[in-house]
Design a protein around this ligand. Structure first.
Ligand code: M6R
Length: 602
């Protein structure tokens, strides 16, 4: 977690750093800070709280053409002013921002303290500027001192450093993302592209072991031994408008409403003559696969469950495994196992670990991600992109829809490749009806009664979500979204599980959202009635033709379509319920407490 940014050029850096940090706040918002180098020393400004709080502390904007910045998700030490980055050495000559975790910081700190270095925070990061300072004393150059410092660190890092009197930014990465942005007369470094997308779409995705030295008119990338390395320049195809809130109050609201466009991008060019094609997946690529394992966390896990259900129906041996449990629960893995890592950010530590474990057993690995150049995309054997555009709200919305659609298409490809699979009977209808799916999402957004229902149930004690078959994972996703942004108790269950325990919690103060796809809804109907007879108000979420609608107290309707798409439309209704409930409760919609979008720690 944490977002870092650096900027060097000829004009002033401060505004660029502050706006860049705002676009990185999805990575953490416990504290924020900048350091600016302006020819009269390194000036550090930092505070606990959000970037808006940092701005409020700056009576006048510090000026300087070189700067670094940080927005924090706390790991070592609480979110205080002292623990905010940048951190400096004792004299305040070296300032560092860091994303990652330094595992050997305890011993380094003790050693540096014994050498006279004064520490002021609880963070692991603070050892880095002190180490650089220590090594500068007997190194030929700061660059050499930074190499030595990096060599001493164990753990993960993306760092950027400023040194008093030097018109340079130094940066390095290992295990945490870092992207270089190249504009005509300024360079940027950041944890993610939206930090500088307003200025440039020309980027270099840095690799582990890269050390970068930026000067106002040049940049150099070397390996840790000092040998120059060439990295390709890529063009990012995200629109800068995608990174702002536009006419909406919240990123989440904007992202929910941009789903028709995002989904049209996801689908574009992937269905040709009634068959699915992905650029990097030539036909027959998966012919020797006998088992598919999905690995993912949170919302991505629910999208993987959605696809897993379809793949099982196609007769493929399929497991959907929480990435954090992969090491202990994966079972046999070999070269005929395809491990599909589903991760919006491509940086989730648990998911990356699972990919590495799978690769160490010779499994084939495939990343399904939103972020070009992300670690998952680079480390997996193959990557396919969900093409949802940048998502800033911590609660995943449009990326879930785009993941579920991409994975559904991938399922069709796998079923066509693997000889043991039986292509789904209604494959043709599935692909035909996908064409109308973005428009159906638009209809849900225009007609939804979710706000009225959210208001009606505002004083409830618990919120339950149930579904069976395909809609089971939609129910789990509905509950995750609800608890994540409302801070209210919400749980999702397979419909039939309700009577095996959770029913004890059901009262007239616990509304139950019953998800339907228009197919196999009878079980959910029976289980909903069981809850209803204990007083729970029932909301049917699905097509008007579902038998659930006959018994429900309220209905959130979705257009009639193929059950696979109907389940995802029901999810859009549930996104809106969560969003409206959270706004009525005046919660922090885009930055829910204790969370960060990109979870780069285990
Ligand atoms: O970037 P990823 O898709 O790997 O993230 C996985 C989860 O951290 C993420 O989906 C999380 O559950 C969402 N913020 C929930 O809305």
């Amino acid at each position: 977690m944490c977002g870092i940014i650096a900027r060097i050029g000829h004009g002033d850096a401060t505004e660029t750093l502050l706006s860049g940090l705002e676009n990185l706040e999805y990575r953490g918002y416990d504290s924020a800070g900048i350091a600016v180098q302006n020819g009269s020393g390194v000036k550090v400004h930092k505070t606990s709280g959000e970037v808006a709080d940092l701005k409020a502390t700056l009576d006048t904007r510090p000026s300087g053409n070189i700067g670094i910045g940080h927005t924090r998700w706390s790991t070592h030490g609480p979110p205080t002013d002292e623990n905010a980055h940048p951190h400096t050495d004792t004299a305040g000559d070296v300032a560092v921002v860091h994303n990652g975790v330094i595992d050997n910081y305890d011993e380094l700190r003790a050693q540096l303290q014994s050498q006279g270095h004064e520490f002021h925070s609880d963070t692991d990061t603070e050892v880095i500027p002190h180490l650089i300072d220590e090594y500068r004393q007997d190194s030929a150059s700061t660059e050499q001192a930074i190499r030595k410092a990096i060599d001493t660190l164990e753990g993960s890092y993306a760092i950027a450093a400023l040194v008093d009197g030097e018109e340079r930014v130094y940066a390095a990465r290992k295990g945490s993302p870092l992207v270089l942005g190249l504009d005509d007369d300024e360079w940027f470094l950041a944890s993610d592209v939206p930090a500088f997308l307003d200025y440039t779409d020309q980027v270099i995705y840095l690799e582990d072991g890269d050390l970068v030295v930026l000067e106002p008119d040049s940049y150099r990338i070397t390996d840790l031994g000092g040998t120059p390395v060439e990295r390709p320049v890529d063009t990012v195809d995200w629109d800068p408008d995608d990174a702002g809130k536009g006419e909406y109050d919240h990123y989440m609201e904007k992202e929910i409403h941009s789903q028709p466009t995002a989904l049209a991008n996801t689908i574009e060019g992937r269905i040709e003559n009634g068959t699915v094609s992905f650029d990097d997946l030539e036909p027959g690529k998966f012919a020797d696969i006998d088992t598919v394992q999905f690995v993912a966390c949170g919302t991505s896990y629910h999208a993987a469950m959605y696809a897993g259900q379809q793949l099982r129906t196609a007769g493929l041996q399929t497991a959907v495994i929480r990435a954090s449990e992969y090491e202990t629960s994966a079972g046999p893995i070999d070269e005929s196992t395809l491990v599909i890592a589903v991760t919006q950010s491509g940086e989730t530590a648990d998911t990356l670990d699972a990919v590495r474990t799978a690769a160490s057993h010779d499994a084939q690995t495939l990343a399904v991600t939103n972020v070009v150049g992300s670690t998952a995309a680079r480390e997996a054997d193959t990557a396919i992109y969900i093409r949802a555009g940048p998502e800033v709200g911590v609660a995943a919305t449009k990326t879930y829809s785009s993941q579920a659609v991409t994975l559904t298409l991938l399922t069709q490809r796998l079923a066509a490749d693997v000889p043991e699979a039986t292509p789904v009977d209604d494959s043709e209808e599935l692909l035909e009806t996908l064409e109308d799916f973005p428009q159906h999402v638009e209809t849900v957004l225009e007609t939804s009664q979710a706000r009225l229902l959210a208001r009606e149930f505002m004083n409830s004690t618990s919120y339950f979500f149930i579904g069976n078959g395909l809609s089971h994972s939609v129910a789990l996703e509905g509950a995750l979204k609800f608890k994540e942004i409302t801070y209210e108790h919400a749980e999702g269950f397979a419909s039939g599980e309700l009577k095996h325990g959770p029913l004890a919690l059901v009262t007239e103060k616990s509304p139950l959202f019953a998800v339907s796809t228009g197919d196999a809804d009878e079980k959910t109907k029976t289980n909903a009635i069981e809850a209803q007879s204990r007083g729970a108000p029932i909301v049917a979420v699905g097509p008007a033709t579902s038998p659930l609608v006959d018994v429900a107290d309220a209905h959130l309707s979705v257009p009639d379509t193929h059950p696979v798409w109907a389940g995802l439309l029901a999810n859009v209704q549930l996104q809106l319920v969560s969003y409206h409930a959270a706004t009525l409760l005046e919660r922090s919609i885009d930055k829910p407490r204790n969370l960060a979008k990109s979870v780069t720690v285990e």
